[in-house]
Design a protein around this ligand. Structure first.
Ligand code: ADP
Ligand code: MG
Length: 589
């Protein structure tokens, strides 16, 4: 009755199966350890319910499972495992040791198996819970051993698998040890954002948009990336159905369709999305490793993901409409499951083309709302996510960049930020200029120079020519790569990073003027003067449209205290307190 197939392809598959058993056992804490990419040693220890001596004795027998009691159970599977295959499959191709003590029991049991045959079994002193150790995977199947990749790539496959599993269970703490060193540790506090932070890292956690909603008994919760933060591939998409990590073309295309017109076509959104579906409405028994599922109603699922993601993206942009002129084309034909489905063919087609229920369901998505209460594992006001956030790790001086929000931009010149009891007005050009200036001053030339796509020629009069020729080293230090190219002509191959093409000629002229004007050449002050010029030319200008993400970077630098004045000494930000405003309006005197 089960989708048969090989479940143990490589060490990472063992890690997955053993972790899933620990989840099913109700563990709160799991430790996973691998050595040599898992090929010589994999250990998974949990503090779950454990097994009685009798159960230990049969747990490794093919199709022995405690999770199904009859064939009807197959129709509503609430556990990660249900086929009783994993321990059987793993033990038959390794030297396995199971140590387990049932909760409330006096003593534990140890079982040692050699290629699936019992070699030792007896009572054993151990804490409650289960430890499974897999030594020398594939030692008796040389053909499969040969197919293992290097220890390094098997280890990273194990880590990726463990991350996927752990991310699906933020309520369970997972520690991963590789060759004696801790690779990651998730706190198990039940919050999706802390799991994301510890498993995926800071960059994959901040700036994500909460995405929560429900329809027709199915709930969706999690985070998706802001359109300004596209990724180069799909490796950052994590979909879970009832806590199980799955691959699904349906979910992937529902998500990606929601970003249409907001994300470049070569970029992909990131997500950590949880679908909670009634057990009877999803079939997990269609794939040997349970990596794919079949949805009862693909249309419901598609529409839920698509509309919720679109809502999250649009509400972000509504907050920023003062800042960014993104034009969502509301007149476009709404994307639906059918339009996507029609265009898919062959191998790219969705898993179950015969889903029977499309036409019976009509969902009113006008009622679909951001519904944070639905989220089982995350709080929308999480401390690490969204834009009004306190970032946990900040490498800044004053580091007072807690809870600010960008209200908008006035005259395409001044960024208006609300923070605590103040409005802070920031001159975006001055702030950016200072940032570039600081970077130019602190970075080596290689980092701050940028090759032009097509080299550019400039014409100079004989006096200027002389200055450029005499100051080649200084110009190089600034990030310019300039070579003579005939009489009075130069070819420019590289310029300081961020400089716009149209500014290159004027910047060089200004630098020449500065060098010429310096009668007592103090190299350091000439350099600073020139850096001002470069920074000024490379900075965004007042009156330009600026992307929200760029404004955010500027605001962060200013609020962190990194930037106070522009290189010319003008202030970069001006605070207006709430009191000032209250006085202006005579609320207080
Ligand atoms: P399945 O998970 O599909 O039931 P497995 O071969 O993975 O099959 O495990 C067989 C049985 O062994 C499980 O049904 C369970 O009763 C028991 N078992 C395995 N691992 C654990 C564990 N970590 N804690 C408690 N019981 C376990
Ligand atoms: Mg299992």
């Amino acid at each position: 009755m089960i989708a048969a197939g090989e479940v143990v392809e490589r060490p990472a598959s063992v890690v997955k199966e053993l972790m899933e058993n620990a989840f099913d056992a109700g563990a709160k804490n799991i430790i996973v350890e691998v050595r040599n990419g898992g090929s010589t040693y994999i250990r998974v220890t949990d503090d779950g319910c454990g097994m009685s001596p009798d159960d230990v004795g049969i747990s490794f027998i093919r199709h022995a499972t405690s999770k199904l009691h009859d064939e009807f159970g197959l129709e509503c599977i609430a556990t990660m495992g249900f086929r009783g295959e994993a321990l059987a499959a793993i033990s038959s191709v390794s030297r396995m040791e199971i140590i387990s003590r049932e909760r409330g029991s006096e003593v534990g049991t140890q079982l040692i198996l050699d290629a699936g045959e019992i070699s030792e079994m007896g009572s054993f002193g151990c804490p409650e819970g289960t430890t499974v150790i897999v030594n020398d995977l594939f030692f008796n199947t040389p053909a499969r051993l040969k197919f293992l990749k290097s220890d390094r790539s098997e280890a990273s496959a194990c880590i990726n698998t463990a991350i996927r599993c752990a991310l699906g269970h933020p309520e369970i703490s997972v520690r991963f040890i590789r060759d004696g060193d801790e690779e990651f540790f998730s706190p198990g506090d039940g919050k999706l954002d802390s799991a994301m932070y510890s498993l995926l890292g800071r960059n994959e956690t901040v700036c994500m948009l909460p995405c929560n909603s429900s329809a027709d008994g199915i709930s969706l919760s999690g985070y998706i990336s802001s359109p300004s933060e596209g990724r180069g591939n799909r490796a950052h998409q994590f979909f879970y159905v009832n806590g199980r990590y799955i691959k699904s073309v349906l979910l992937q295309s529902a998500l990606e369709q929601a970003y249409r017109n907001t994300l470049l076509s070569s970029r992909y959104p990131a997500c950590v999305l949880f679908l909670n579906i009634p057990y009877g409405s999803v079939d997990v028994n269609v794939h040997p490793t349970k990596m794919e599922v079949r949805f009862g109603s693909e249309k419901t699922v598609f529409d839920l993901v698509y509309h919720s993601a679109k809502l999250a993206i649009e509400s972000e942009s509504r907050v920023d409409t003062l800042v960014e002129d993104i034009d969502f084309d509301h007149s476009e034909k709404a994307v639906s499951y059918e339009t996507v489905h029609e265009t898919k063919t062959g191998t790219d087609a969705l898993h179950s083309p015969q889903a029977p229920y499309y036409n019976q369901l009509s969902l009113d998505f006008s009622n679909l709302s951001q519904n944070p209460q639905n989220s089982p594992v995350s709080s929308p006001q999480s401390p690490y996510l969204g834009k009004n956030v306190e970032k946990p790790v900040q490498n800044v001086k004053n580091s007072d960049i807690s809870s600010y929000s960008i209200i908008g931009e006035a005259f395409k010149t001044y960024i208006i930020v609300e923070q605590n009891n103040e409005l802070i007005l920031i001159d975006k050009h001055a702030a950016h200029e200072r940032m570039i200036f600081n970077r130019l001053k602190s970075q080596s030339r290689e980092n701050s120079s940028q090759y032009l796509l097509s080299a550019m020629t400039i014409k100079l009069n004989p006096l200027d020519t002389e200055i450029v020729e005499q100051n080649g080293e200084l110009l190089a230090e600034l990030g310019f790569e300039i070579e003579p190219f005939g009489i009075g002509e130069f070819i420019v191959r590289a310029v300081p990073a961020d400089m716009f093409d149209s500014d290159i000629g004027p910047a060089i002229e200004e630098i020449i003027e500065k060098i010429r004007g310096c009668s007592i050449p103090d190299p350091d002050s000439v350099k600073d003067e020139i850096l001002h010029t470069v920074a000024c030319k490379a900075a965004i200008k007042a009156g330009w449209l600026t992307q929200k993400a760029e404004l955010d970077v500027l605001v962060k630098s200013v609020l962190s205290g990194e930037i106070l004045y522009c290189p010319h000494g003008r202030p970069v930000s001006v605070p207006v307190t709430r009191k000032d405003l209250d006085r202006l309006f005579k609320r207080i005197l």
